[in-house]
Design a protein around this ligand. Structure first.
Ligand code: PLP
Length: 388
């Protein structure tokens, strides 16, 4: 008899986004004329930059002709893209990476889950609260003990080092959902902890492209010693609108002792990222690509600034939205997140995300996303101003 993985029974139903959609739909049915504005979801809305579209069209053309057709690529990713990553994302930061340390993926989500296979079950895992749900769920599926690291107003949403030893630490900065970024010295605290405790940090850097402040490191490898203890995961999803295209990468430095294992794992279980996606990702590093991507990110960051400033001027306490597309807002009078969500929906026809959906420490907060259009974002803010 096949024994199923009973750890799955420990997973909480991740009803957050389903519940948001359900409540939105119910409202729409009851009020067919209402124009709902969605500032809840963390998906991009601007189309792919033209250079990416052109590069992907060219790649399809190559595959369409006998002379230029290609079959399987390298499991670790095409040489052209791994080179582009090293030259453009790391060399300018003074970080030298070996080609063998760069692994192209089909996005951050997969590797956040898959890298968990590199570790034994008995490792204790430290996870931020509130948090992007994948880290918790992945480790529940693996049956690991999870220690929550509270990120609250009291600690400026930057967790304190845990009292109990943790072997694997998931850090996500700039953070989803709080929008917080870590300074060099704050990140160093965690790298030093990991070195001292022989722990490994999985550094989720999906929002790196949104960093605008000077003292915020763009890579964990800017911190001395991080190559011994950190895996860094990045994605083209939010950087270049690749949420449907799928492409990202994972850096596994040889000094971690995990690089050969990860290579072996990928060769067994992953047959490489789509050639078309990788050509699209490569185009983001051309001068034109860099310009078009910056324009898109600036577009979202302008929304973030507007949301932050408008809510502040209305008297709300808001965080994030400077190096991040997310604005984390404290509900008035510590109102439970879902109650405030309902008020915003009913009075303003605007959807946000209840903070408690990201963990217990998110109770009393909601998240606004800057990934909408300028017009809709302005309209939503106007409605909030008039009706709350
Ligand atoms: N990490 C964080 C913090 C995210 O918010 C997301 C997506 O929203 C991901 C990873 C997944 O990104 P990808 O589309 O590359 O799988």
């Amino acid at each position: 008899m096949a024994l199923f993985n009973t750890n799955f029974q420990q997973l909480k139903n991740n009803y957050l986004f389903t519940e948001i959609v359900n409540r939105g739909n119910a409202y729409q049915q009851a009020h067919p004329d209402a124009q709902l504005i969605k500032l809840g979801v963390g998906d991009v809305t601007l189309p792919l930059p033209q250079v990416v579209v052109d590069a992907m069209h060219n790649a399809v053309e190559e595959l369409a002709h006998k002379e230029t057709f290609r079959g399987y690529g390298l499991e670790e990713g095409s040489t052209f893209l791994r080179k582009a990553v090293i030259e453009n994302d790391y060399k300018p930061l003074g970080i030298d990476l070996d080609m063998e340390e760069v692994f192209i993926s089909d996005g951050a989500g997969s590797d956040l889950g898959n890298t968990s296979e590199l570790f034994e079950k008995q490792n204790v895992v430290g996870v931020l609260d509130p948090v992007y749900p994948a880290y918790v769920d992945t480790n529940i599926m693996a049956g690991r003990q999870i220690v929550m690291l509270p990120c609250t107003l009291q600690n400026n949403f930057v967790p304190q080092l845990p009292k109990q030893r943790v072997d694997i630490i998931y850090l996500c900065y700039p953070n989803n959902p709080t929008g917080t970024a870590l300074t060099h010295s704050q990140l160093k605290t965690w790298v030093d902890y990991a070195i001292e405790n022989k722990s490994i940090i999985i550094f989720d850097s999906a929002y790196e492209a949104f960093i605008r402040e000077q003292d915020v490191p763009h890579s964990i490898y800017e911190i001395d010693g991080a190559k011994q203890v950190a895996i860094e995961i990045r994605s083209y999803s939010k950087t270049a609108g690749f949420t449907a295209v799928r492409c990202g990468y994972t850096i596994v430095p040889k000094q971690t002792g995990l690089q050969r294992m990860w290579y072996r794992r990928q060769c067994t279980k992953y047959n490489g990222t789509s050639y078309i996606s990788q050509r699209g990702a490569q185009a983001t590093y051309t001068p034109q690509g860099k310009k078009q991507i910056k324009e898109n990110i600036d577009y979202y960051l302008l929304n973030a600034t507007n949301i932050r400033q408008s809510l502040k001027s209305m008297g709300y306490e808001v965080f994030g939205g400077v190096n991040s597309p997310y604005i984390w807002m404290r509900t008035p009078d510590n109102m439970p997140s879902w109650d405030f969500f309902d008020i915003v929906l009913n009075r303003c026809q605007v959807l946000c995300t209840p903070g408690v959906g990201f963990g217990n420490c998110g109770q009393g907060y909601v998240r606004f996303s800057a990934f909408g259009s300028h017009e809709q974002t302005q309209e939503a803010l106007q409605r909030i101003k008039q009706n709350l």
